[in-house]
Design a protein around this ligand. Sequence first.
Ligand SMILES: Cc1cc2nc3c(=O)[nH]c(=O)nc-3n(C[C@H](O)[C@H](O)[C@H](O)COP(=O)(O)O)c2cc1C
Length: 223
Amino acid sequence: MDVVEAIRKRKSIRKFKPDTVPRNVIREILEIAGRAPSGMNTQPWEFAVLTGDVIERVKNANIEMLDSSAPIGLGNPPGEKSPDTVYRRRQVELARMIFNLMDIHREDTKKRAQWLKRGFRFFDAPAAIIIMLDRALPEPGPLLDLGAVMQTICLAAMNYGLGTCIESQGVSFPVVLRKYTKISESKRMIISIALGYPDPDFPVNKLESTREPVENTTSWHGF
Ligand SMILES: Cc1cc2nc3c(=O)[nH]c(=O)nc-3n(C[C@H](O)[C@H](O)[C@H](O)COP(=O)(O)O)c2cc1C
């Protein structure tokens, strides 16, 4: 698969087969993704890889937290989008497409809540990668580096027939992750990536999210 094909084919996978992902495969993906660029080659990323009993405990504890209405602390909050912006419209459009494919009606609060929970269970993925940043690096610059490695992980995973879903939901309850991984408070959990073999029959895995045409995002100078 060449690089353009991989970029075009990558998509969020929101249901996985139960098959485990071998540790050496994940290790290779992280080794490859570690070739991502970073400001002054600081490589500020750290990873925690969850599978087996640990990920199952995290999934269950996340749901308990959600059910107890614990405050959701996104690792890197996307920010409130005011209703009349294009960003909010794109967000609403994504939800509409997902609910359409899942046959969930707007007013069906029960099904919507069930859908929401799936994200907190890493969409049934057998593995997840948590991307972390040391609190000694509080400035926003390193977040760019983490974004680069995040996307590179998703692309590299495709080489092994694996699917991914980048997920803020997966790091919403750092207290849960710390309990089962003993990750130090000195590490901020920024984002998670659900990882596994895609279930091709699940309706939402057929979703082709839209993109704004280049004409709408780009201005050209000096041509
Ligand atoms: C920083 C970030 C956080 C995300 N968090 C979630 C999430 O919590 N739940 C989810 O279902 N998708 C999440 N996504 C996936 C986006 O919804 C998805 O990338 C976007 O809709 C484009 O679709 P595509 O990945 O299929 O191209 C996240 C993506 C990014 C980059």
